[in-house]
Design a protein around this ligand. Structure first.
Ligand code: FAD
Length: 555
């Protein structure tokens, strides 16, 4: 098989689909290839949140945003890329909403991740997709990568990130909201039956994002070839002019008159590349992503002399192993809740537990470099915490009692702290001293060691009814619980070096003609940082949009 288009896009995550959508609307012919038999990649199982400074739903300040992203990027990102992001992300969202049926709402109270940096906002830059009617996709709905059960209420019912926050933080009206969502699901049984679906027809989070984009591509009749994996790039006359791919055992060539956009995710599922670049110890199996992102596009571009950056970084997130699940469960929010602490093998804390997930795992590695006892780390809480709050796969004890078969696998439990320490191989005296100190801090409201609950971000997922500090409570009532935290990730952060139009650069810093990279195939525009929820998908979409515009420019 041999075919020719203006543009070939490799991958089918959010950025890939945006690049294809925009390229089509620029008047170019375009096709996407996807290695898996499902489309959507990690984007489909994600929260679907996008970090969009200057979006129309808030009053933001360009200079403040620039100061913030510059401070976060710590001088490790070319300023032209940062400026391009800040000036284009909001335009991209307007285009997305005009070109598809997808709608985004600002999360007005979701703070930026680094409130201590100049230019940070207390909410509104993160945007969350509204639910999207999966029925609009017809037969294509069955080929959309399924959301993780942990993002659905009772494993079935869709909720937006704003809904999830209201329920987790037990805000006023949360019980009514829960009942409304359950009722909406129950009353929809006929539509579900027609579509042959067990889970909600209304899609939320990353599923809504990918479904909205897929619907946009379907209405434009843009082809998406599943089970078609990039193997190498065609390079002729000094430019990239297509791809060689494997399609169900057959070798095919897709030629691209204008160029190729690499949007095939990172290398998080390739253990050999992880061993080469990421800190040790690390395991692909500790991640939360689907299995296909093995760095194929990265390797294909490197074979043409492409440069890379930030290769030692991942979008880190602590994760928990749960038997029979395709991937581990990420702990994004619950660490902020009052009455849980994270400790190393000496029983000592090493971080403000409420810190953003990337910083949390970075702190795990920092302590591990010192004492070799922090990967894995342990999360410890008591019976009160267990009763009231969720923790990863554990729903609050008041609605879901301990599952016996998970004891010693997902959670560890003992009547005393000493017994718990023995169960998990942590120093008992160290743990006792840590808990005694934390309990004093819970009473005074000040975490003397790490300042948990000391800023607006920490308090976003806290319990406002707990005083004086909504992120601190004593760990006092047995039985005591522990959960093992692995140094997981939601994708890698390093990748191909690109410029402000997503063109891939060679070792001399010059663009490789006809070659573009976005999403986790490229080195993050955020440098080593994670400025706010949506800092991976926001840039993937924005640089997909910019790449398409650049491809459409007259030669
Ligand atoms: P992907 O979305 O993974 O797409 C890459 C695609 O390329 C895949 O479909 C893959 O199969 C395909 N592919 C791989 N190799 C080949 C090949 N050789 N040929 C053809 N195709 C190939 N980020 C946010 O910004 N906001 C959030 O709310 C958020 N929530 C998250 C929640 C969870 C649970 C997880 C796991 C991640 C979350 N993330 C979030 C991170 C975000 O999902 C990823 O960083 C993002 O989806 C990466 O996009 P991508 O296009 O680079 O890769």
């Amino acid at each position: 098989m041999k075919q020719e288009f203006d543009v070939v896009v490799v991958g089918s995550g959010a950025g890939a689909m945006m690049a294809a959508l925009r390229a089509h609307d620029e008047g170019l012919s375009v096709a996407l290839i996807e290695k898996s038999d499902r489309y959507g990649g990690t984007s489909a199982v994600s929260g679907g949140g996008i970090w969009i400074p200057l979006n129309k739903q808030i009053k933001d300040d360009r200079e403040a945003v620039l100061a913030y992203v510059r401070a976060a990027a710590q001088g490790q990102v070319a300023d032209a890329r940062l400026v391009a992001y800040v000036d284009t992300a909001h335009e991209m969202v307007e285009y997305l909403q005009q070109a598809t049926r997808l709608r985004y709402a600002a999360c007005h109270r979701y703070p930026d991740y680094y409130p201590q940096l100049v230019g940070a906002r207390e909410g509104g830059r993160t945007m969350d997709p509204e639910v999207f009617d999966g029925g609009l996709l017809g037969e294509e709905l069955a080929r959309l990568r399924e959301p993780s059960g942990s993002t659905l209420l009772m494993g079935k019912v869709s909720m937006t990130a704003r809904d999830a926050h209201r329920m987790l933080a037990k805000e006023k009206g949360w019980k009514l909201l829960f009942a409304k969502l359950m009722l909406r699901f129950a009353l929809d049984f006929r539509a579900r039956k027609k579509l042959g679906r067990r889970t909600d027809r209304r899609l939320a989070l990353g599923n809504a994002l990918v479904a909205g984009l897929r619907h946009g591509l379907l209405t434009r009749q843009v082809p998406l070839y599943l089970e078609t994996a990039l193997e190498s790039l065609l390079f002729e006359g000094g430019r990239v002019c297509g791809v060689v791919a494997a399609h169900k055992g057959e070798r095919i060539e897709l030629r691209a008159r204008r160029g190729v956009v690499l949007a095939a995710g990172g290398f998080e599922r390739n253990q050999a590349l992880r061993d080469q670049y990421l800190p040790a110890p690390n395991q692909a199996a500790w991640g939360v992503t689907p299995p296909n992102n093995t760095g194929d596009a990265l390797l294909a571009a490197q074979a043409l002399g492409a440069a890379t950056d930030l290769m030692q970084w991942a979008w880190w997130a602590p994760t928990i192993h749960v038997p029979k699940q395709a991937a581990q469960t990420g702990l994004f929010a619950e660490r902020s809740l009052p009455g849980c602490i994270a400790v190393d093998g000496d029983g000592r804390r090493f971080v403000n537990e409420a810190k953003p997930y990337l910083e949390f795992v970075t702190a795990m590695y920092a302590r591990h470099r010192e004492n070799g006892k922090c990967v894995p780390a342990w999360l410890v809480f008591d019976a009160d915490f267990r009763h009231k709050y969720p923790m990863g796969p554990l729903m609050p004890g008041q609605v879901a009692p301990d599952r016996k078969s998970w004891q010693g696998v997902v959670y560890w439990k003992a009547d005393t702290l000493e017994g718990l320490a023995k169960e998990i191989g942590v120093n008992a005296a160290g743990l006792a001293a840590t808990v005694a100190r934390v309990n004093e801090d819970a009473a005074s409201g000040t975490d003397r060691d790490y300042g948990k609950g000391g800023n607006v971000f920490d308090r976003y997922y806290s319990d406002a009814s707990v005083k004086p500090n909504p992120c601190l409570a004593p760990i006092a009532k047995g039985p005591f619980y522990a959960m093992r935290l692995d140094a997981g990730d939601i994708g890698t952060k390093g990748g191909l070096s690109t410029n402000e139009d997503a063109q891939v650069l060679d070792e001399r810093g010059a663009p490789i003609a006809g070659l573009y990279a976005i999403g986790n195939t490229s080195a993050s525009v955020m440098g080593p940082s994670y400025p706010g929820a949506g800092s991976t998908l926001g840039p993937a979409l924005t640089f997909g949009y910019r790449a398409a515009r650049h491809l459409a420019r007259p030669a």
